[in-house]
Design a protein around this ligand. Structure first.
Ligand code: ITT
Length: 270
């Protein structure tokens, strides 16, 4: 096998354990390693390739960038791509399918190791809705406040004990994760020359995180985004919009999925 033939590892990890808490959510998305932070190109000799955060949701960008701070990777967002590609259509019926659709698409257009997230709110009294359709709940173009009002209206007759819900997040990582611990192999370059080259570990992997809670009677709090003002964390008794960014990351579906992804990458490249 040469370096141009991908060795793809493909699995889905459902996260049970919560890992560690990190960082400042308002940090810039580019965080390290490159002399030129505006170049989308991978750092030439780094064993850790540039990571593309492929989301159009600014709330997610802030949370993901904060969690990746200190990872040692150079992290860029869609706005850093020379020609920003159009958003991909999410045609899947599960979080895993949609996360992979986004990660595969942006990995192909960028050539970079790509991280995408598909997430949503599952409400038991609504048979799991809005679920994978959380971003489009009520139809395209509704604001977060309008979606919250619609959800509360649908649940106006639902008693306290039946207002259980959960946030779910699946993070997909697709691409060349990094050099595998000093291993080298022969690879044929485009000009035909055979060169000694580091083995790149190709991955296509998903990680799931969940957070249990219940739907509030009315919105509370001003932080976060989306459905945060009506999602009461089961253990803390406060809505996600009443938590600091660090508290939310330590509890949230996205924090759990991302910490599992980071742990996986670190273990892979040991
Ligand atoms: P991308 O596809 O570009 O990442 P998106 O917002 O369309 O952006 P999703 O398809 O994954 O992302 O939809 C997720 C929706 O679920 C999001 O728009 C919110 O309405 C909701 N959601 C997910 N995580 C949330 C969180 O942490 N807090 C509040 N709402 C959240």
């Amino acid at each position: 096998m040469n370096a141009y033939e991908p060795k793809v590892k493909e699995t889905h990890q459902q996260l049970g354990a919560d890992l560690s808490e990190t960082g400042n959510p308002q940090s810039a998305i580019r965080n390290s390693q490159s002399d030129n932070p505006h170049s989308p190109l991978p750092t030439p000799h780094s064993p850790l390739p540039t990571l593309l955060i492929a989301t159009t949701n600014k709330g997610k960008v802030a949370e993901i960038a904060s969690l990746l701070e200190g990872s040692g990777r150079r992290v860029i967002g869609l706005e850093d791509l020379p020609q920003v590609p159009p958003p991909v259509e999410e045609t899947g019926t599960t979080f895993v399918e949609n996360a992979l659709i986004k990660a595969d698409y942006y990995q192909q257009v960028s050539g970079l190791l790509t991280l995408a997230d598909d997430s949503g709110l599952e409400v038991d009294a609504l048979d799991g809705r809005p679920g994978v359709y959380s971003a489009r709940y009520g139809g395209e173009g509704l604001s977060g406040a309008q979606q919250i009002a619609l959800l509360l209206e649908e649940m106006k007759d639902t008693p306290e004990e039946k207002r259980t819900a959960r946030f779910v997040c699946v993070v997909a990582l697709v691409g060349a994760a990094g050099e595998t611990s000093g291993k080298r192999e022969s690879a044929r370059r485009l000009d035909g020359a055979v060169v000694d080259s580091p083995v790149m570990q190709q991955i296509r992997q998903t990680f799931e995180g969940r957070c249990e809670g219940r739907i509030a009677i009315a919105p509370r709090g001003a932080s976060g985004f989306g459905y945060d003002p009506i999602f009461i964390d089961a253990e803390l008794g406060r809505t996600f919009a009443e938590l600091s960014p660090g508290e939310k990351s330590s509890r949230s579906h996205r924090g759990k999925a991302l910490r599992a992804a980071i742990k996986y990458l670190e273990a892979l490249l040991k």
